[in-house]
Design a protein around this ligand. Structure first.
Ligand SMILES: [Zn+2]
Length: 233
């Protein structure tokens, strides 16, 4: 099995040193230089979180400079949050700058969205992006899920899960992630595969296919075979 962590902030977690999974580390523009040299095997997403989108001109200017670096495989996390951060008047233009960059560089967007689904759907309809938009930490209810599938969004699933919604999402629109959570990526894969009634091996193969389709440059991890690894230990 191959495990991919689509979105994690846990760059210094010991678990992330094991060779059996590959990460897309989420970093701020100004963190990227140091991070890329200390994590050779993993890829990065880079953007300005909506919570901190106020006075983000310096970070944004720097993001524009570095975003074409091949180690940065996605733009974000960016997005909209109704409960935290500055007003939408500040958040929306910053989000749109990320989208512009994503379209220009042909890199997918990783989206943080809290209680701003109407705005998010509206912006997608308006822009008609060519790049995939992946909603990270997704745990929305079935009604919302149906609408988002219809609008062509992709979904990254973490430790919190809405089982009913999981059954609606096509497997080729799914990824797994640890974000800032305590659950390991293997545990997230296990929980998610159960939620979609799939054998974990078959599920992980499908997710690996999604990664190769959307992120062809992400390095595969060392395949994990539980028995062999136990013997090594
Ligand atoms: Zn995050």
């Amino acid at each position: 099995m191959e495990f991919y962590d689509l979105h994690t902030h846990q760059m210094f977690l010991e678990d992330n040193d094991d060779p059996y999974h590959s990460c897309i580390f989420d970093v701020y523009p100004l963190e990227f230089e140091v991070a890329k040299d200390s994590h050779h095997r993993h890829a990065f997403s880079c953007g300005i979180h909506p919570w901190y989108s106020e006075d983000s001109d310096t970070q944004m200017a720097y993001l524009n400079e570095i975003a074409s670096n091949p180690r940065i495989v996605a733009i974000g996390e960016t997005g909209l949050d109704k409960l935290k951060g500055p007003s939408f008047e500040v958040q929306i233009p910053v989000f749109k700058k990320h989208i512009e960059l994503s379209e220009k560089l042909h890199k997918p967007v990783i989206i943080h969205c809290v209680k701003a689904w109407e705005q998010l759907i509206q912006i997608k309809k308006e822009i008609k992006p060519t790049q995939p938009w992946i909603i990270h930490g997704y745990r929305g209810k079935p009604e919302l899920t149906k609408r988002l599938i219809h609008e062509g969004f992709l979904f990254s699933i973490g430790d919190q899960i809405n089982i009913e919604s999981m059954q609606l999402i096509p497997v080729d629109a799914l990824f797994c992630e640890t974000d800032e959570d305590e659950m390991s990526i293997k545990e997230v894969y296990f929980q998610t595969s159960q939620a979609v009634n799939m054998d974990m091996k078959v599920f992980s193969d499908r997710i690996a296919q999604n990664i190769r389709r959307i992120f062809p440059t992400v390095q595969p991890p060392k395949p994990y075979y539980p028995k062999e690894v136990e013997e090594e230990i």
